[in-house]
Design a protein around this ligand. Structure first.
Ligand SMILES: Cc1cc2nc3c(=O)[nH]c(=O)nc-3n(C[C@H](O)[C@H](O)[C@H](O)COP(=O)(O)OP(=O)(O)OC[C@H]3O[C@@H](n4cnc5c(N)ncnc54)[C@H](O)[C@@H]3O)c2cc1C
Length: 83
């Protein structure tokens, strides 16, 4: 365990180093999303707009995004909700 005179230990017995981080600093958070349908895309958008220090990974089993809207294509046509 490392100690410096007059300070708390900065490392524990197993070698874990206590990071020297200013109070109030946000720590990075890893977020995993399963599926890139509307919900997953919405999650990505929300994190991009409002998230801070968030590392997002979305796993999708389809070869592309879209979810229901990807799986229910007819050829190159996608059912439109705007029609
Ligand atoms: C024919 C049809 C028409 C519809 N029309 C409308 C409509 O007009 N308006 C409306 O609001 N809603 C409609 N819906 C409902 C539509 O499903 C939802 O609005 C919306 O698509 C749901 O989004 P979602 O992201 O929650 O789920 P989904 O779109 O189902 O996305 C889930 C994603 O997760 C992926 N996934 C699942 N399991 C795994 C796994 N284990 N690992 C990795 N990836 C995984 C899937 O491949 C998919 O891409 C319709 C549904 C169908 C089937």
């Amino acid at each position: 365990m490392q100690t410096e005179p007059g300070l708390w230990p900065s490392e524990n017995a197993r070698g874990y180093k206590i990071p020297d981080v200013e109070s109030g600093t946000l720590r990075p958070i890893k977020v995993i999303g399963i599926g890139a349908g509307l919900s997953g895309i919405s999650l990505a958008h929300d994190i991009q707009q409002n998230g801070k220090n968030i590392q997002l990974t979305i796993y999708e089993m389809a070869p592309d995004v879209g979810g229901t809207w990807f799986w229910n294509r007819c050829g190159s046509t996608v059912m439109s909700i705007l029609d």
